[in-house]
Design a binder for this molecule. Structure first.
Ligand code: FMN
Length: 317
């Protein structure tokens, strides 16, 4: 103590995202990467020390490899970007063969994001990955269209979201995170349904559907017509949704995502009720963004005399 100011020199930054799960999901700091913006981790491992992250979330994995949508697949927008990658990925088999052995050696939990077009797709991938050493947890990207329900994304209807969550829960041995879409009227309804169906934690938000028209060609700019809006433009929407879910479902572990560029942004999510955050679009600007967010949170705690980051979770509620 100096001059009455308490300085927590070594604040605790560890967070637990799956307290009800036997193996838990403990992160050494509350900063994760966001799916689709950090590859399989291996690409960035050449540039940054990935073991300084709280966790890595991979690009979505589907049962079979996918080439994704026709280009252009990304376009810059004010304070953000639109993307329509279309779940391009190496597929389950290559994921298990080529990447999991690398993840197993890393001292950072790797969470695999899952994509599927049917309940069976999700079950197949979740079952195989949850039995694969090197996979610490899975995150269901339920924004994929469900072929059995005329292409309605699972994330948009509470019954579909709960159905896929419950089906995966049955076969999934590792902690299960379900990622929510912002493209709904009432995110709390979906969050409650998914949690009741067995999700250990909820991540929110995925991208907002947007459209950019190229006025020279007079056509939609993206090959897929619409795309997902990410980056700082969506942050206030994301913070509001975390806040609403945290208020309605106290104690449910939440992971905030949407436009986190710096520690202050991450702290907004934490104060709104998130135990952890994901850094996405920012990694395209600066590959060290997520690590710098983690360092910035620790510096904030030390400066403010907060001994444990968990003390800040939901303080704004
Ligand atoms: C290029 C790109 C690809 C993405 N791919 C996925 C994906 O495969 N699965 C998923 O759940 N979310 C995906 N997302 C959404 C992000 O994980 C994140 O939820 C969203 O971008 C908001 O965070 P941000 O503003 O920090 O980017 C993708 C986002 C971008 C920009």
């Amino acid at each position: 103590m100096a001059g009455g100011v308490s300085l927590a020199t070594n604040p605790t930054t560890a967070v637990e995202l799956a307290p009800r799960h036997p193996s838990g999901l403990r992160l050494k700091n509350p900063v994760m990467t966001a799916s689709g913006t950090f590859g399989y981790g291996t690409e960035y491992a050449k540039l940054v020390d990935v073991e300084q992250l709280g966790a890595i979330v991979t690009k979505a994995i589907s049962p079979k490899p996918r080439e994704g949508n026709p280009g252009p697949r990304t376009v810059e927008t004010p304070s953000g970007m639109l993307n329509a990658i279309g779940w391009q990925n190496v597929g389950l088999e290559a994921c298990i063969r080529d990447y999991a052995p690398i993840w197993r050696r890393w001292r950072v939990p790797v969470v695999v994001n899952l994509a599927g077009f049917s309940v069976e797709d999700y079950r197949t991938v979740a079952e195989a990955l949850s039995a694969t050493p090197g996979v610490a947890a899975v995150e269901l990207n339920i924004s994929c269209p469900n072929v059995a329900s005329e292409g309605t994304p699972f994330a948009l209807r509470a019954d579909l979201a709960a159905e896929v969550t419950a089906a995966v829960r049955e076969v999934c041995e590792v902690p299960l995170i379900v990622k929510l879409s912002p493209n709904v009227t009432d995110v709390v309804e979906i969050a409650a349904a998914v949690h009741a169906a067995g999700a250990d934690a909820l991540s929110l938000i995925n991208t907002l559907v947007g459209l950019v028209i190229d006025t020279r060609s007079r056509r939609p700019f993206l090959g897929n017509v619409t795309g997902g809006l990410s980056g700082p433009a969506i942050r206030p929407v994301a913070v509001r949704m975390v806040y609403e879910v945290a208020k309605a479902l106290p104690g449910v572990p939440l992971i905030g995502a949407g436009g986190v560029m710096c520690a202050d942004d991450a702290l907004q999510f934490i104060m709104a009720g998130a135990r952890a955050v994901q850094v996405g679009t920012a990694s395209f600007v600066n590959p060290r963004a997520a690590i710098e967010v983690a360092e910035g949170i620790e510096a904030f705690l030390a400066r403010e005399g907060v001994a444990d980051v968990n003390e800040l979770v939901g303080v704004a509620l």
